[in-house]
Design a protein around this ligand. Structure first.
Ligand code: PLP
Length: 377
């Protein structure tokens, strides 16, 4: 690996030069199978694309460099990456996770824990000491956290969670989709596994569904995860892996711009009487700001939420009046999106009805502020 900074290495795709052609961009290798030699041994260490794909190895190496990990693996989606971690556990294993985290994963996990026989304990990340209480001095296998937590942006201390998890004999896995390796490197703070929905900031252009795991060390758990990925077939496609490495080349620029704009928006509307509250970890008024400062550098992400005065109807009316923010799910792209999580999650959602989630893109921030201002009425 070169001695240049991570940012330069990523901008140049790890200084890639194609040996066959001199191209500075990696080729897309769509082959599903790889030729063997006369003794029927693997010729280049690869046999079949469900286990080995030169295309996703490049994106994996880039992500591994960004996270400072020992190895990385691409998956078909963020959900596939997370599911593979939970599938590596055995029935009866104790798992602890926050009660507010990415809704799709929480729902899947609650259901999966029942059928797989996991002892799943949830904790309220807004309460001091909640993780310690949930661990309850008993052994556990996995502590799963997400920080900042989607869509309330509660901040969880990675270092403290790592200590508590390790004391309980558990591995700490961090869903770092929102923070991205640009702002936080969970492994530096003690995490064992990092998970990304690469669909979001890593790719950044709304045209790839993909996920990834990064490990701090290549241990038995990592080996098991690799086997489950290959045998379960939760792999990324060659073209998606190509698009992802292309998206990652600009991730530093995009995440910094989105974070700067989100902070400007949060500050602009922080004391606006039309809002009950603005939730953004970059605001000093945010309960998780002090922890965020210890584990996020260069920004606090492009994600924030407005709690609009007047409940669900007022929130929906505000969304209807927006002209620049696109009403669509997902996050972390170059285009700004707005979402009413409660409408998506339904009546048993723990998310406030008046919460409007904003994913801030890279448009001119003055235009974004003007749009929000006119839509608040
Ligand atoms: N984690 C977070 C924080 C997410 O926001 C999402 C998707 O929205 C996921 C995980 C799941 O990722 P994917 O949609 O790529 O399966």
């Amino acid at each position: 690996m070169s001695k240049s900074s991570i940012e330069s290495d990523i901008a140049q795709g790890l200084h890639f030069i194609d040996e066959a052609t001199g191209g500075v961009v990696p080729p897309i290798q769509p082959s599903t199978t790889f030729v063997r030699d006369a003794d029927y041994e693997l010729l280049r260490g690869r046999g079949y694309a469900r286990d080995h794909n030169p295309g996703f190895e490049h994106a994996e190496n880039m992500l591994c460099r960004m996270e400072g990990g020992a190895d990385a693996k691409l998956f078909a989606s963020g959900m596939a990456a997370a599911a593979t971690v939970f599938q590596s556990l055995a029935p009866g294993d104790r798992v602890v996770c926050p009660s507010v985290m990415y809704w799709g994963l929480r729902g899947w996990l609650v259901d999966f824990a029942k059928t797989w026989g996991l002892d799943l304990v949830q904790f309220d990340a807004t309460q001091d000491g909640a993780l310690e209480q949930a661990l309850d001095g008993r052994p556990a296998k996995l502590v799963w956290i997400e920080t900042p937590c989607n869509p309330t942006w509660d901040v969880i201390s990675i270092a403290e969670s790592a200590k508590l998890a390790h004391d309980a004999g558990a591995v700490l896995a961090v869903d770092s989709t929102v923070a991205t390796p640009v702002l936080t490197q969970p492994i530096v703070h003690g995490a064992d596994l990092v998970m990304h929905s690469a669909t979001k900031y890593l790719n950044g252009h709304g045209d790839v569904v993909s996920g990834a795991l990064v490990t701090a060390k290549e241990d038995a758990l990592w080996e098991r995860i690799g086997v489950l990925r290959g045998e379960g077939g939760a792999i990324a496609g060659s073209f998606d892996a190509y698009l992802l490495q292309r998206g990652m080349r600009t991730v530093f620029l995009r995440v910094r711009q989105s974070s700067a704009s989100a902070l400007a928006i949060a500050k602009h509307f922080e004391n606006d009487k039309r809002l009950e509250r603005v939730s953004y970890p970059g605001l000093e008024s945010h309960p998780g700001h002090a922890i965020a400062k210890t584990q996020m550098s260069g920004g606090f992400s492009g994600m924030l939420s407005f709690m609009v005065n007047g409940g669900a109807e007022a929130a929906l009316a505000f969304i209807r009046r927006l002209k620049l923010f696109i009403p669509a799910t997902s996050l972390g792209g170059v285009e700004s999106l707005v979402e009413h999580r409660y409408s998506i999650e339904g009546a048993d959602s723990p998310i406030p009805e008046n919460l409007v989630r904003l994913s801030v893109g890279i448009e001119r921030v003055e235009d974004l502020i003007a749009d929000l201002d006119q839509a608040l009425g």
